[in-house]
Ligand binder design. Structure first.
Ligand code: FRU
Length: 486
């Protein structure tokens, strides 16, 4: 009964805090510990969950396995922030301690209603034969500090396998809506819509996107972490499809995260949308989630990681932790394309800065005074149309290259698996106007042309590999600014 389960809850919390304390020194002595990104205090972090601004405070929950640097029965960890820059770790929000979530409190979202915060998440259950069950669970909080599971509000509807999870809830006119990532019986990925007028009773409206529902014939075997929101008068559906085959420079990662843009007709339950576009062109980016804040901004945070992609090879594992969140990024829809910009509050991180105006780049790679380090923001602006290949060498471990003939932008890095192999990712780019780079001790995020394209990756240089240099195959003029970040 309830008492036994709440004993289990207490026990799991206690064990998790013990693990945090036990491994604290090992974790914190890792030179790859990030300076300004959200990380787990110990163990494995994956998806951002329940991202919301509530009572003026930003809340970011996360998928957390405190006991191992592997996936398992997930908890919900919890961070809060007043400014999206400085995050404070809070008490554990959810433990996998009930019959409906005993194998994991999986991903979900938050919504405010009548002054309270409600969370919706997927209760993951596996039986002795590894058969999966899935339940969508509601949680209530009166203060954003204490959370009470209210129980299961959605059971698996007919037509889907138990790969049915990651509820994102929002309000549109007089109804609440929930979108769920699903796999239908024919083993194709879907996004499924439900509706409620009280957050407790949910009516299944059916799939609004996925194979044979809209323009997609076949688009992966499972869609994870859907998020549907309005941006500039259009309805954007973000999701993470699994099972896409690599195609030229596209879909190079094991799993993708991207979006389609269109219009939802809530009356006929139809979503007309265009093609899928990857949100990030780098190596580690998955399962992003958005929220709207009181400034009317649509802000997205992604998981700076990727499931099943040699997670056992990340060097942070020795130090008992793995993965992080991306920087919070403000989304804009410009000419039908989602742009991502680091939120402006991040300028608070800027310490000592330098500016080199109209630097002439040439074939010999040049370093610039003050433009070096491991925790750094670099802003490069081109002054004329680029006609020669430009390269930025980063800490002996990554290179950014723009080739104006092929109109390709490339990020390459040294693989964390063998510390040797060079891996590459590309995007098409008509013209290079600016590159804004956020370096942290073991990560890189690159925002091109004001967020038109983004590359995110982990890199693991040694602490003393701090050099940055710039080169071009012919003469190119650029202005370079850099700030040490605090
Ligand atoms: C995506 C995901 C979700 C699931 C969660 C489990 O990375 O697989 O679909 O809810 O992670 O941790």
């Amino acid at each position: 009964g309830a008492r036994i389960m709440s004993d289990l809850d207490q026990q799991l919390r206690k064990q998790a805090y013990e693990e945090v304390n036990k491994q604290k020194e090992v974790v914190e002595s890792d030179p790859y510990r990030l300076a300004y990104h959200v990380m787990p205090p110990v163990g494995l972090l994956n998806d951002p969950n329940g991202f919301i601004q509530y009572d003026g405070v930003y809340h970011l929950f996360y998928q957390w396995n405190p006991f191992k640097t592997e996936h398992g029965a997930k908890f919900w960890g919890h961070y809060t922030s007043k400014d999206l820059v400085h995050w404070e770790h809070q008490d554990i929000t959810l433990t996998p301690s009930d019959w409906f979530d005993k194998n994991g409190c999986y991903s979900g979202s938050a919504i405010e209603h009548d002054g309270k915060m409600y969370l919706f998440y997927t209760g993951n259950v596996k039986d002795e034969n590894n058969n999966r069950e899935t339940y969508q669970v509601m949680v209530e909080s009166k203060d954003g500090v204490h959370f009470e599971k209210k129980g299961v509000v959605v059971h698996l509807p007919e037509g889907y396998t138990p790969h049915f999870r990651d509820p994102k809830v929002w309000k549109h006119e007089e109804f609440f809506y929930m979108i769920i990532g699903a796999q239908s019986h024919d083993e194709t990925g879907k996004a499924v819509l439900l509706r409620s007028d009280d957050l407790e009773n949910w009516e299944h409206l059916g799939a609004i996107a996925g194979a044979h529902v809209g323009p997609f014939e076949d688009f992966g075997y499972m869609w994870e972490c859907p998020d549907l929101f309005e941006l500039n008068g259009q309805d954007v559906l973000v999701f993470s499809p699994q099972g896409l085959e690599p195609n030229g420079i596209y879909y190079q990662n094991l799993y993708q995260a991207g979006y389609v843009v269109g219009n939802v007709d809530y009356d006929s339950v139809q979503y007309k949308h265009g093609d899928f576009v990857e949100l990030d062109r780098g190596f580690e980016f998955y399962a992003p989630q958005t929220t709207e804040d009181d400034k009317g901004r649509r802000i997205m945070i992604g998981w700076l990681g990727l499931p099943e992609e040699r997670e056992d090879a990340h060097p942070t594992i020795e130090h008992k932790w793995i993965h992080a969140m991306t920087l919070p990024r403000e989304l804009k829809l410009i000419d039908g394309k989602v742009y991502q910009l680091p939120v402006e509050e991040l300028e608070q991180l800027r310490g000592e800065g330098v500016k080199h105006e109209a630097v002439e780049l040439g074939e010999k790679a040049q370093a610039l005074e003050g433009v070096e380090g491991d925790v750094l923001e670099i802003n490069v602006e081109t002054l004329e149309t680029v006609t020669n290949e430009i390269t930025i060498h980063i800490r002996n471990h990554a290179n950014l290259v723009y080739n104006p003939i092929d109109k390709l932008f490339k990020l390459d890095r040294i693989s964390y698996v063998d510390g040797e192999t060079v891996e590459e990712r590309f995007c098409h780019l008509q013209q290079l106007k600016s590159v804004r780079i956020f370096l942290d001790t073991s990560s890189i995020e690159v925002f091109i042309n004001g967020g038109e394209e983004v590359f995110t990756a982990r890199i693991y240089p040694d602490v003393n590999e701090n050099g940055i240099s710039f080169a071009a195959e012919g003469e190119e003029k650029v202005t370079i600014e850099a700030w040490k970040l605090k």
